[in-house]
Design a protein around this ligand. Structure first.
Ligand code: FES
Ligand code: FES
Length: 158
């Protein structure tokens, strides 16, 4: 039987009917049509489905939809301001890290969560969060360079 969860999604209050079997990823992609959050492995391994849940980067394929009740959720759709892309997105593009793009929303939100909590995160800390994301295209060097550039942009507020 469906139940209704109420939460804040990208700054806007939402009420959604969920089924007991649904994960947060299902609610975002199937119920709300927010397909920027990607489904990769569906078992918590690849990082493609990363969102911010109450300010923390989490894998939305692992969390039951009931966890949405009262939560604050940020997806990639909520990160840009109008037509402007976010500086983290710009940095990854400039570094050549975006090829097929499938892994990128999860990486962007992971970096956003890190740099918001800890703007001067060390290279070790940045490596630690990036190591949780798979990319089948770039070989990771471009993503690494993009992450460092993203940190600079966020520190400059640009
Ligand atoms: S789809 Fe969730 S971690 Fe891969
Ligand atoms: S850019 Fe294609 S999977 Fe990362």
């Amino acid at each position: 039987m469906a139940t209704v969860v109420q939460f804040t999604l990208n700054g806007t209050p939402k009420a959604v009917a969920i089924e007991g079997w649904e994960k947060i990823l299902d609610v975002l992609r199937e119920d709300l049509n927010l397909t920027g959050t990607k489904r990769g492995c569906d078992d918590g391994t690849c990082g493609a489905c990363t969102i911010l849940l109450n300010g923390k980067a989490v894998r939305s394929c692992l969390f039951p939809a009931a966890k949405l009740e009262g939560a604050d959720v940020l997806t990639i759709e909520g990160l840009s301001d109008g037509m402007e892309i976010h500086p983290i997105q710009r940095a990854l593009i400039e570094a050549g890290a975006v090829q097929c793009g499938y892994c990128i929303p999860g990486i962007v939100l992971e970096l956003y969560g890190l740099f918001t909590a800890n703007p001067r995160a060390t290279q070790e800390e940045i490596k630690a969060v990036l190591s949780k994301h798979f990319c089948r295209c770039t070989g990771y060097e471009a993503i690494w360079n993009g992450a460092l550039l993203a940190q600079q942009y966020m520190l400059q507020g640009s």
